[in-house]
Design a protein around this ligand. Structure first.
Ligand code: NIG
Ligand code: FE
Length: 423
């Protein structure tokens, strides 16, 4: 590693003797078995200045340099990973759906509950009824739970307002979560999540309303960093998805998609055709869609929490994703209906146990590949000079323990850009 700064530079802080999981594996997204998957630097040092990583390398190399730092932390035996990137959540919502949990335990399916007026529309009612402050108060504990586990970048979708005022309210709450917690929050507009009751029987009108009114308003309020659609037989059709994506692209907004979760709806292919950053879920994705995703570099967002909670049996096509070298990201999908799980570490364990990802694939899935799913790979998800100093610092023998052992590990310190937070 090279010094990017003159030798007399004063760093803000340096960690000495830590092991680094840099995750800088170049173009090899999925590399099970190579032994180099975390791109480890043992007995290393890492320095930050002005909220960015200013230098990293071996202790030995550092000994040969002239440097100084305002704060020096002896970090022998600690591991530094990039701050974790949570790339798919619906964690801003009102109320809860524990009653549906009970119904499902008695045998009802998610689709049956949804068609009977429960599901997303039930949460919509509670979300509309909450004031902005109430929504913030209800949602903050979920964001804080993720943050306590080392998450430093957090994607949050709207999609429980389903009218302009309430979608904007949700996006403002997402923004405030970033301000209150210091997390980097990425806001995604998901107006096309479900049909609101006032448009019952008029789905085409709602899609027109999204394209003509909601998308331009959300874009001009600068409250969305991306646009998502739930493309599914209980939600929006393939043709409607393409239309909404075309309008979003005109407005310069990046795209991501809920694709092929409950049935094959050509979601992967639509995501690829439209230039989406990621296609998420993918349990029912076809070979043709996978080929297109590989060609276009679409990230596969894997959501084992929803798979678990819905007691799905059809696995996403993990082996094909590996063969096609499609980057795999892992996320909680934290939402009130299909994955009320605000633990990325739990989702990581599930990815290993249920999807049989390796620990290395899973760790890449919550760092480098998740950053890519958010279009942020330039300065998140890896430890390299110039990246944001978003760090999670752990007392571990090896980071694979984060996947193997549940409920045990919390970072000993989290660094968010220039601010440090002990946990
Ligand atoms: O990602 N699939 C659509 N959206 C969520 C579920 C939302 C809900 O049920 O409230 C998901 O699984
Ligand atoms: Fe989702």
């Amino acid at each position: 590693m090279k010094a990017s700064t003159p030798n007399d530079t004063m760093w803000d802080r340096v960690w000495l003797g830590a092991h680094l999981a840099t995750m800088t594996g170049g173009a090899a997204y999925n590399t099970p078995g190579s032994g180099e998957e975390l791109d480890e630097l043992r007995d290393a040092a890492l320095a930050v200045k002005d909220g960015r990583i200013a230098w990293l390398g071996s202790r030995q190399e550092l000994d040969g340099m002239q440097w100084s730092a305002r704060e020096i932390t002896r970090a022998q035996g600690l591991w530094i990973t990039p701050g974790l990137v949570e790339c798919h959540t619906h964690l801003v919502y009102g109320g809860d759906r524990s009653n549906e949990f009970a119904a499902r335990l008695r045998g009802a399916t998610y689709e049956e509950i949804s068609r009977a007026g429960g599901g997303i529309v039930a949460t919509m009612k509670a979300t509309r009824a909450a004031t902005e402050d109430e929504l913030l108060e209800q949602s903050l504990p979920r964001a804080r739970a993720l943050a306590a586990e080392g998450v430093t970048t957090l994607e949050i979708k709207s999609g429980y307002g389903l009218d302009l005022a309430n979608e904007l309210k949700m996006l403002r709450v997402a923004q405030r979560i970033g301000e209150v917690t210091g997390l980097s929050v990425v806001k995604t507009f998901l107006g096309a999540h479900a049909l609101p009751p006032e448009f019952a029987g008029r789905q085409e009108d709602y899609v027109r309303h999204i394209c003509d009114e909601m998308l331009p308003a959300v874009a001009s309020a600068e409250l969305a960093d991306a646009v998502d659609v739930f493309c599914e037989r209980i939600a929006f059709t393939q043709e409607q998805t393409r239309r909404i994506f075309a309008r979003a692209a005109e407005l310069g907004l990046p795209l991501r998609l809920h694709a092929d979760q409950l049935s094959d709806g050509n979601g992967g292919e639509i995501a690829a055709d439209c230039g989406a950053l990621s296609a998420d879920h993918l349990e029912h994705t076809s070979e043709q869609s996978l080929q297109r995703m590989a060609e276009r570099g679409v990230v596969a967002g894997l959501l084992p929490g929803a798979f678990y909670y819905l007691r799905e049996t059809k696995l996403p096509p993990i082996e094909r994703l590996r063969q096609l070298n499609i980057p795999m990201a892992i996320s909680t999908d934290c939402n009130p209906g299909t994955s009320p799980i605000a633990s990325l570490l739990m989702a990581m364990n599930m990815a290993c146990v249920m999807f049989r990802l390796t620990a290395a694939e899973t760790l890449r899935g919550v760092t480098v590949n998740a950053a890519r799913a958010l279009g942020l790979s330039k300065d998140r998800g890896t430890l390299q000079v110039g990246s944001r100093a978003d760090l999670a610092i752990w007392r571990l023998r090896h980071p694979e323990q984060l996947c193997a052992e549940v409920g045990v590990h919390r970072p000993v310190e989290i660094v968010l850009g220039s601010g440090s937070r002990s946990v």
